[in-house]
Ligand binder design. Structure first.
Ligand SMILES: Cc1ncc(COP(=O)(O)O)c(C=O)c1O
Length: 393
């Protein structure tokens, strides 16, 4: 008799590996210019400054010890001060909770805020890491489209008017991944008002807000309602390896997250959290460092968008890339970006087809381009190659 195979939990049914991660394996070839990855440029990560901070951290043996679940105290203090400036009010240390990247904040919040079957409203196209978390939590996911001003609140209002009652609305408010757009100040105020009126949580997922190119990003959605939980991270301004993300949330949410964090990993790393605190507190250095990232990414973004518009003209509509790491391009000539991909790879360029981020709309004619890890010359070559593959299709 064959032996029974022990089953995996039902919640894994229907979960799939991220199409993007699978694609990245293909694009590791040296001859391919990849606009597919979503990584910050390692050349711009402050390795030497991190080494100085690491040395300082190791001078104190207590940094090798477990730390408190909500995060190493001095890091929470630095974050509370920075968030107070950003939010225009005093943010108490008790409202700041440090997580293993902002991805862990999403995962812990899903457990704290969602019962199985709860409704979560996401943006379409969506940040895939959030979709994975909400699927795993057994949520019912409904998507609201984006336009140039961010989440379409008329569509959210329609859902509410039809009797839908979300537990959570998730938004990437600044320089959307993958959509490239930023929510307008009017919509931020309106979303805050809706959260108050209907009593739902908003998760404002903001890892890109500091990477603006021309003008600072608007005041956070969290300034408009106490129901907004704001997430951010050092991954895009310092280095992802620190895994230092955080949330600003009401203390009762932080206390609930603490219970779950203890079960998940006891606590984060006092070592990397001290490094993050050291760099974030060094304000003159940090300002110059973030400015240099903005300058480099800004030039790359402009080079990419200019090349796309010059090469494709009115056959595409592209976002402007006012910040962040991504440009979203829609083909207006019926090009199927999934079908184009093998030819693009042959021509030596990779991108992520829009359908990898799709929730309700299929985004057959769209693609996400990442401009952070190639210089301007490589970006222009990449667009030439894309145009060649497109012309042959
Ligand atoms: C919108 C968004 N949220 C969260 C994350 C997770 O970032 P981290 O866990 O490195 O802070 C990412 C990463 O790319 C992202 O794009």
């Amino acid at each position: 008799m064959s032996q029974p195979t022990p089953p995996l939990a039902k919640r894994l049914d229907g979960m799939r590996s991220s199409a993007i991660r699978d694609l990245l394996k293909l694009t590791a070839r040296a001859d391919i210019i990849s606009l597919a990855g979503g990584l910050p440029d390692a050349e711009l990560m402050p390795r030497d400054r991190i080494a100085v901070a690491a040395d300082a951290a190791l001078a104190d043996r207590s940094r090798l010890q477990y730390t408190e679940s909500p995060g190493w105290g001095p890091l929470r203090e630095v974050l509370a001060a920075r968030e107070s400036t950003r939010m225009g009010r005093t943010v108490a240390v008790d409202e700041v909770f440090v997580t293993h990247g902002s991805q862990q904040a999403l995962s812990l919040l899903a457990e704290v805020l969602l019962d199985p079957g709860a409704l979560v409203v996401v943006e379409d196209p969506a940040y895939v890491g959030a979709l994975q978390v909400f699927h795993a939590a057994g949520a019912r996911i409904v998507a609201v489209p984006l336009d140039s001003e961010g989440m379409r609140l008329d569509a959210l209002r329609e859902l509410l008017a039809a009797g839908e009652r979300p537990a959570v609305v998730h938004t990437v408010s600044n320089f959307h991944n993958p959509g490239g757009v930023t929510m307008s100040p009017q919509r931020r105020a309106e979303l805050g008002a809706l959260a108050d009126a209907y009593g739902f949580w908003v998760i404002e997922d903001d890892p890109y807000g500091e990477l603006w190119f021309d003008q600072p990003s608007p005041a956070p959605v969290a300034t408009y309602s106490p129901n907004v939980i704001r997430l951010s991270s050092t991954s895009k301004i310092l280095a992802p390896t620190l895994r230092a993300g955080w949330m600003v949330a009401p203390t009762r949410v932080c206390r609930a997250v603490e219970l779950l964090k203890q079960g998940a990993d006891l606590c984060g790393s006092a070592f990397t959290q001290q490094i993050a605190a050291d760099l974030l507190a060094d304000t003159d250095w940090l300002t110059a460092h973030v400015d240099s990232i903005r300058t480099v990414y800004g030039a790359r973004a402009r080079a990419l968008v200019d090349a796309v518009r010059t090469r494709f003209g009115d056959r595409v509509v592209s976002t402007d890339a006012a910040g962040g790491m991504f440009v979203w391009v829609d083909f207006t000539d019926g090009t199927d970006t999934q079908a184009l991909l093998p030819r693009a790879l042959e021509a030596g360029v990779a991108y992520v087809p829009g359908n990898a981020f799709a929730v309700s709309t299929d985004y057959t004619h769209s693609m996400r381009l990442c401009f952070t890890t190639s210089d301007t010359t490589a970006l222009e070559t990449a667009v030439d190659r894309l145009a060649k593959a497109h012309a042959e299709s």
